[in-house]
Design a protein around this ligand. Sequence first.
Ligand code: ADP
Ligand code: MG
Length: 134
Amino acid sequence: MTARTRSAAETEAVGERLAAELGPGDVVLVSGELGAGKTTLIRGAARGLGVTEPVTSPTFTIGHTYSGRVPVSHLDLYRLAELEQEDPALLDDYVTPRSVSFIEWPAAAEPLLERITRRVEIRHAGGDEREIDS
Ligand code: ADP
Ligand code: MG
């Protein structure tokens, strides 16, 4: 499905709708340039999954975990070019059979993931517009 949004709030709403289709063990890869709205969409999805605390971009760690109706993980692997050379167990704290996981800049993780439920791609479409394939 392709959606076109005109604000961060609309992109959050797309995330929230997506969340309604997700459950334990699901892994969602979120791609797009810097500033495309990946974190914004994941924020909406986390809300949809019952997370009430603020959802912010991981900076000093590769990810954050939140508790919603299910455990929710948010990873940003921007700085991890080749995860294979890192500890392969790095993802284990985040991607579990019980949690719903969202991964920004997922390339490094893809070879290690047993299950990929969904791919979301966000593109700039001029000004505040974004095109979202999910
Ligand atoms: P990313 O995680 O892809 O780097 P962020 O979600 O952190 O991007 O940032 C997106 C930025 O773009 C935010 O400042 C947000 O307010 C702004 N923005 C403007 N229009 C939109 C839109 N339609 N969808 C998502 N973000 C938007
Ligand atoms: Mg981000």
